[in-house]
Write a protein that binds this ligand. Structure first.
Ligand SMILES: [Zn+2]
Ligand SMILES: [Zn+2]
Length: 205
């Protein structure tokens, strides 16, 4: 029995373009802009789609930069303007539809809503992170902190946002998510905070 369990083959993640095996928990992704889906990718395929000439095609490589802008001040009124009912949300620009989209976990699963350009302008219009944000492949991740702290804002790869939504779908309970979801969220933001560089002098990759 023990032998059987230990020798069970581990399911392997593969690059969806060339079929190469990739590390299960850390590999690159491409956004399939036709299907609005993420595709797992190996390093070579991701690099291929990062080349400037590749822009505008169906697949776009998700960058792996994390940025923070300590100079940009958000306050709690941002939440009312953006009309987000929960404490965490991410925002991205859908290039094909030319729309700003908000996505957040909720009791009913991930909720997506279109954002009024004026709301975006009010809250994020003058932020350097919003100016650097690449459509479809990057998102602004916002979290309202408990106890009156300033909301946090990061520019992150869009694949980690979908990962977060997937995890929240499994863990979320009741209206505020419950203890397990909150602990998971805490760990997630700690990781993002560790990876994020301050935005100074950052250009488009
Ligand atoms: Zn590949
Ligand atoms: Zn993947």
């Amino acid at each position: 029995m023990r032998r059987f369990l230990t020798e069970r083959p581990v399911p392997q993640a593969r690059c969806e373009l060339c079929g190469a095996v990739v590390a299960e928990d850390s590999h690159r992704h491409l956004v399939d802009t036709d299907k609005r889906a993420l595709a797992c990718a190996c390093v070579s395929c991701a690099l291929l789609f990062e080349r400037p000439g590749a822009a505008g095609g169906r697949f776009r490589a998700v960058p792996d930069r994390y940025l923070a802008d300590p100079d940009h001040r958000l306050d709690d009124s941002a939440w009312d303007v953006l009309q987000i009912p929960v404490g965490v949300a991410f925002f991205f620009r859908n290039a094909a539809l030319n729309r700003l989209v908000a996505l957040y976990p909720s009791p009913a699963g991930a909720t997506e809503s279109e954002l009024e350009p004026s709301a975006w302008q009010t809250v994020l219009g003058n932020s350097r992170l919003a100016a650097l944000l690449q459509p479809d492949v990057e998102a602004l991740l916002l979290r309202r902190t408990q106890g009156g702290g300033r909301p946090e804002c990061y520019l992150v790869p869009i694949d980690i946002c979908y990962e977060l939504v997937g995890r929240m779908r499994l863990l979320w309970q009741g209206f505020d998510g419950g203890a397990e979801a909150r602990a998971d969220l805490e760990a997630f933001f700690e990781q993002v905070g560790r990876r994020a560089r301050t935005v100074q002098g950052e250009g488009r990759p």
